[in-house]
Write a protein that binds this ligand. Structure first.
Ligand code: C5P
Length: 399
């Protein structure tokens, strides 16, 4: 991390959200500076942007202050990425033709290393052939695009349509992707996430508190690094990540089927799902009435999906997760061997900072030769990248 992002705020109504974009990027660990066009300051203020970023805002009026430097060249040299948010049709047109008369375009033409556009405009303007031609031209020049997305427009009473700026927190995901190394390009990942639900009747089930966050973080990290990702998830509250094929399932048996459906074309399989080990022997078609009496459940074992994949592994990289509430090293080591895995990620879901549902985790990687490696305590996203580094290591050992 530690990348430098210049948020270039264009003159559209979505500029109201630009201070939040700045904040979300800072929270994600980026260094952030802001450039604002004169029209942007009709929708937000220099004070709001300066407060959000903690730095003076680069504006047209500062461009030609007698400080003896070319501000546009300084900004272009400073930024690893220029995020234009919001990007207007006019800004796209100027950049596509190199009309560097304003600070924003001059910064882009002045040597910006990477540009990501977050367009926000009325759907008519977005769909207009000139706008679309400019977008194609910028894409051909290597510029990236985040959105626009479908939704409500800024002016009251205007119809919904395609032209809304991607929301600030989602823009962070696009920035992360733009800046990620593309070291998993061409690989197909199959990742599982979340709990499974094993129904007793239509409204009662056995499950566990897995939130799915670790598996989703892995899917997003692999996508960002260039992989094609199929994510098979049990019930979670998490939104579908963009550019990931999400297959939602409920039970372990459904998860097994979905995993088998995608196994053939996968190069790497990571089972982060907390699959229920048992399911009720029968699922009642109707809700069973309360009786007030004791009840015994008859459970049968679910198939071990990962162990089954281990028998069909061929050249694939197979990774598992092990949750242990006590000393799990020996058990994890036994599992990595029994399930024919490249490695297993051991975590302890009963410790405070690694509890189910949290945003951080602590992982120890256990290899079949008995080696162990601590990935430390970190955000699930950061750990996902560290796990993918180990996946790359396993791939490199194959060639
Ligand atoms: O044996 P244990 O359940 O501890 O192994 C955990 C690993 O195996 C996880 O990667 C989990 O996703 C996977 N698993 C599975 N099918 C099961 C149970 C666990 O694939 N029925």
């Amino acid at each position: 991390m530690g990348h430098r992002v210049l948020v270039a705020v264009g003159g559209g109504a979505a500029a109201m959200k630009s201070p939040f974009v700045v904040r979300r990027l800072l929270e994600a660990g980026y260094e952030v500076r802001v450039l604002a066009s004169p029209r942007a300051l009709a929708f937000t203020t220099e004070t709001a942007l300066a407060l959000a970023s903690g730095h003076e805002v680069a504006t047209e009026t500062r461009w030609f202050e007698p400080h003896g430097r070319a501000l546009h060249l300084d900004l272009a040299a400073w930024a690893d990425l220029v995020l234009v948010a919001p990007a207007t049709a006019a800004a796209l047109a100027r950049a596509a033709t190199g009309l560097a008369e304003d600070l924003l375009t001059a910064t882009i033409v002045g040597g910006a290393r990477q540009v990501l556009w977050a367009p926000a405009m009325n759907p008519e303007m977005w769909h207009h052939p000139t706008t679309q031609a400019n977008v194609r031209r910028l894409k051909a020049l290597g510029h990236g695009f985040a959105g626009p997305v479908h939704g409500a427009m800024a002016s009251v009473g205007e119809a919904e349509g395609l032209g809304r700026m991607v929301e600030p927190e989602d823009l962070v995901a696009h920035v992360r992707r733009a800046l990620a190394p593309k070291d998993l390009e061409g690989l197909h990942f199959l990742i599982t996430a979340g709990p499974t639900r094993e129904h007793l009747d239509p409204v009662r089930f056995l499950s566990n508190p897995s939130s799915g966050k670790m598996g989703f973080a892995l899917a997003e990290a692999a996508r960002d690094r260039g992989a094609k990702v199929v994510l098979v998830s049990g019930p979670t509250a998490l939104p579908a990540p963009f550019d990931v094929t999400l297959v939602r399932v409920e039970s372990a048996l459904q998860m097994r089927q979905a995993v088998l459906d995608h196994f053939e074309q996968s190069d790497v399989v990571i089972m982060a799902a907390a699959v229920a080990d048992w399911r009720p022997a029968e699922k009642l078609p109707e809700k069973e009435a309360k009786s007030g009496r004791e009840k015994t459940l008859h459970l049968v074992a679910n198939p071990d999906i990962l162990a089954e994949l281990g028998t069909m592994k061929a050249g694939r990289v197979l990774v598992g997760f092990a949750m242990e509430t006590g000393h799990g090293l020996e058990r994890a080591f036994a599992k990595v061997k029994r399930k024919n895995l490249d490695f297993i990620c051991l975590n302890h879901p009963t410790q405070p900072e690694t509890a189910f549902g949290g945003d951080t985790n602590r992982i120890v990687v256990v290899f079949p030769d008995g080696r162990t490696e601590s990935l430390g305590l970190a955000s699930k996203r950061e750990l996902a990248d560290r796990i993918l580094d180990r996946v790359r290591g396993s791939i490199q050992q194959r060639v």
